[in-house]
Design a protein around this ligand. Sequence first.
Ligand code: MN
Ligand code: MN
Length: 466
Amino acid sequence: MNSTNVWEGSSQKKIKAIDSFAKDYIKFISEGKTERECCDLAVCMLEDAGYIELGRLIKEGRKLRSGDKIYVTQMNKSIAAFQIGKKPIEEGLNILGAHIDSPRLDIKQNPLYEDGGFALLDTHYYGGVKKYQWVTIPLAIHGVVVKKDGTVVEINIGEDEDDPVFFVSDLLIHLAAKQMDKKASEVIEGEQLDIIIGNMPLKNVSDEDKKSAVKANILKLLKDTYDFEEDDFASAELEVVPAGKAREAGIDRSMILGYGHDDRVCAYPSLRAMMEINNPERTTCCILVDKEEIGSVGATGMRSKFFVNSVAEIINLCVDNYSDILLRRTMANSYMLSSDVNAGFDPTFADKFDKKNTSLLGNGLVFNKFTGARGKSGSNDANAEYIAMIRKILDEDKVVYQTAELGKVDVGGGGTIAYILALYGMNVIDAGVAVLNMHAPWEAISKADLYEAYAGYKSFLAKIGC
Ligand code: MN
Ligand code: MN
């Protein structure tokens, strides 16, 4: 299949729509830089669109009917939205799934120390990163500090123009002869990714306290500004991310450079598609999960029973006689797009890609029949019959799409959440947006691909299996 360029076939009107959608997305990823922030933004959007929290419906014992809109969150880090279809729920759901966690540096539980007149915070990186990319760039801190009395202190420093930013230092080139000879994986090591957060000592301290006066000053500022103490870092989740907003990229403004496209560039259009399809034939669902970058683990990751439990609750509110077999049928009869990013062709590293089986920025929504590595190992290899169904509806709706693999055979690989829902026996395929510099502090995508993803997701929700 030869893929086609989205821009080439787009009218002025469509280009306007692409631009306007891109603006909304830029705002979303500039405000949502952590899974918690993305989950909160999604709750606001869904409530505005008339979605009701599942717990409330259960409490009220209200039965669900076609057209009803429900959402449920998991520990403020994952969220699932549902709209009940006209067909019985056991005929299955049309599911869009994406993840809202992104690679970053997490602040350790006992992080603060002083050395050489600096106060620093020790970090542990999260997800697959090239560590050398995270030094000498402006960084922001986002997250929560939860105090013993349960008070949650929200932290967001480094995004406003007047905010200070933070940074990881790197060795000056003048003294770096030995460092420059190291392998890239060792140029900056994990324990060197500590962020510098201060350099000013507290005044009027005893000679003995002078050794840690910069740290003392930071603790005083944290107490005065945020009302938490050093011990409270133990129950904090603070994430260090690139500071600043996503931006249009290119003289032609065709791209977006931003932090966390993987995988918010699929999460956002999934959510918008979910909110814009009304009165569907089959029950629609959008799930945005945490922890994909570290193996979909934990109570908020895709492997958590959170999702299937939510489906069970919803079936229970849809029918009079809930049973296990209904849940199993619902899951097995579902169709899913596991929406995650793909490695876009990069001309600077052309030899890493098989050009005929590579996604090109600007050529639309990308389908990966399989991911994995070393002979497709670990991948969900989607069924040909299912791919044919998807081709049919996307062609009918004139959605531009392409098929790809993640790089050349045996060059590397990667995984997504696709295999997890496939365990229930449903059809799943990876579908997403091509990204350049994946997992770097600033990743690039095409506005046109973002829009085709949104269009494709809408077609999928409204039509697949109908
Ligand atoms: Mn991803
Ligand atoms: Mn990733």
